[in-house]
Design a protein around this ligand. Structure first.
Ligand code: NAD
Ligand code: DAU
Length: 351
C-alpha cells in the first residue's frame, strides 16, 4: 500500500465548506491521504464530491463524531496524524428550534475528537495537529463600527454560536493542558456552490428561480461579511501548513452587506440571467418576523492572516456572486435533489 506523507482526517467533508476543502487538498497534495469522515446528516451530500470520489488519495468513511467507537475505528484504520475539524450543526435558525443537537455535535463531538487525539497520538505530538474550523459568531454582535480581531472576547448570543465558542474553549484547553498542537480559525459568512438552500443566498436563488417569496427577517438591516467558499478553503490550507501553532486566525472578506442590499443585488443578477425585466424578482421580497436574538453586524479584521501568511481573497463579490448564481442555475439536478430530499436515497443505498 502507498505510503502517504500525511493522513489527514477531515470531519464534515461532505458539507458545504468541507467538500470544497476536500477537493482542494485531494487535487493539490497527491502525497497526502485525505480521509473524509462525515455522518451524512441532512447537510452532508456526497454528490458534492463526485468529481474526486475515485481519487487514489481520497477515502470516505461514514462516521459520527458523537460516537467514540466511530472515531476510534477511523484512527485505527487510517493512521491519522492530523485533523481539520469542520463537522458541526451549522444553521442558527435550527439551533433556536433545537439547541440540544448543537450541544451534542458541536461541543461533545469536538471533545470526543480531542480525547481520541490524546489517546492515539504520542506526546510531544511533533507530527500532529488538531485544526478547528470556527466562526466569527463566537465574538457576538457589533454596532455600526469596529471589527472582530483575534483578541475580541467571546460573547456568543445564539445557541449555535454558544456551542461553537464552547468548542473553541475546549480546543484551547487541550492545547494548554495536554500540549496538543492546535490551530483555530474564525471565518465570516461563506457563499458559493453546494451551500444547503436553508442559508440566505441559496434559499433566495432557489426562490427567485421558482417565483417564491424571499423572506427577509426584521427590517433587513443586519450586516454580514461575505467570503467566497474557495477563498476560505485556501485560507485553511495556508493556516494548516504555515500558521503559528496554538494560535487563532480570523478570516473574512472585508465585504459587508445589509441583508436587504444583498438580496436586491441577487435579484438584479438573477433578472439579468433569467431574461426578466429589471425589478421583477425584487417584487418577491417579503419582510417576515425577525430571527430571535438576531445578531446585528459581523465584520472581520483579517489583518493577521494577510500580514503573517500573505492570504487575500481572490474572488471579488461581483464575480463570486455571478459564478454562484450560474452554478445553481446550471446544476438544477443538485438543487432539485436537495430540495426534494432524494439526495439521501443514494446515501441510504451506499452507506
Ligand atoms: P454544513 O452544515 O454545510 O456541513 C456540516 C457537515 O458536517 C455535513 O456534511 C454533516 O453531515 C456533517 N456532520 C454534522 N454532524 C456530524 C456528526 N455528528 N458527525 C460527523 N459529521 C457530522 O456546514 P458548513 O457551512 O460547511 O460549515 C462547516 C464548518 O465551518 C462548521 O464547523 C461551521 O461552524 C463553520 N463555519 C461555517 C461558516 C459558513 O458560513 N457556512 C462560516 C464560518 C465557519
Ligand atoms: O458568520 C458565519 C456564520 O454564517 C456561520 O458560522 C454559520 O454556520 C452560517 O450559517 C452563517 O450564519 P448566518 O446566520 O449569518 O447565515 P444565514 O444564511 O442563516 O443568514 C444570513 C443573514 O440573513 C442573517 O442576518 C439572517 C438573514 N436571513 C436568513 C434567512 C435564512 C433572512 O433574512 N432570511 C432568511 O430566510
Amino acid at each position: 500500500m502507498k505510503d502517504f506523507k500525511k493522513n489527514i482526517l477531515i470531519t464534515g467533508g461532505a458539507g458545504f465548506i468541507g467538500s470544497h476543502l476536500v477537493r482542494l487538498l485531494v487535487n493539490k497534495y497527491p502525497e497526502y491521504r485525505i480521509i473524509n469522515f462525515d455522518a451524512l446528516t441532512y447537510a452532508g451530500n456526497l454528490e458534492n464530491l463526485r468529481d474526486i470520489e475515485n481519487a487514489s488519495n481520497y477515502e470516505f468513511v461514514k462516521g459520527n463524531i458523537c460516537s467514540v467507537s466511530d472515531i476510534e475505528n477511523v484512527f485505527k484504520n487510517f493512521n491519522i496524524d492530523s485533523i481539520i475539524h469542520l463537522a458541526a450543526e451549522s444553521h442558527v435558525d435550527r439551533s433556536i428550534e433545537n439547541p440540544n443537537i448543537f450541544v451534542e455535535t458541536n461541543i461533545i463531538g469536538t471533545v470526543n475528537l480531542l480525547n481520541s487525539c490524546i489517546k492515539n497520538w504520542e506526546a510531544p505530538f511533533s507530527s500532529n495537529l488538531f485544526y478547528h474550523i470556527s466562526t466569527d459568531e463566537v465574538y457576538g454582535s457589533l454596532g455600526d463600527t469596529g471589527f472582530f480581531t483575534e483578541e475580541t472576547s467571546y460573547d456568543p448570543k445564539s445557541p449555535y454560536s454558544a456551542s461553537k465558542a464552547a468548542s473553541n474553549h475546549f480546543v484551547r484547553a487541550f492545547s494548554n493542558t495536554y500540549k496538543l498542537p492546535t490551530k483555530i480559525s474564525n471565518c465570516s459568512n461563506n457563499y458559493g456552490p453546494n451551500q444547503f438552500p436553508e442559508k440566505l443566498i441559496p434559499l433566495c436563488i432557489n426562490n427567485i428561480k421558482n417565483n417564491k417569496p424571499l423572506p427577509i427577517y426584521g427590517e433587513g438591516l443586519n450586516i454580514r461579511d461575505w467570503l467566497y467558499v474557495v477563498d476560505h478553503a485556501e485560507a485553511i490550507d495556508k493556516i494548516f501548513h504555515t500558521g503559528t501553532l496554538n494560535s487563532t486566525y480570523n478570516i473574512g472578506g472585508l465585504n459587508e452587506w445589509t441583508n436587504i442590499a444583498l438580496v436586491m443585488e441577487l435579484c438584479a443578477v438573477m433578472d439579468s440571467k433569467l431574461g426578466r425585466a429589471p425589478g421583477t424578482s425584487a417584487k418577491l421580497i417579503t419582510y417576515v418576523e425577525d430571527r430571535k436574538g438576531h445578531d446585528m453586524r459581523y465584520a472581520i479584521d483579517a489583518d493577521k492572516l494577510t500580514r503573517e501568511l500573505k492570504w487575500a481573497p481572490k474572488e471579488t463579490f461581483e464575480t463570486g456572486i455571478r459564478s454562484t448564481v450560474n452554478w445553481y442555475l446550471e446544476n438544477e439536478s443538485w438543487l432539485g435533489a436537495v430540495v426534494s430530499g432524494s439526495y439521501q436515497d443514494y446515501h441510504q443505498k451506499m452507506y
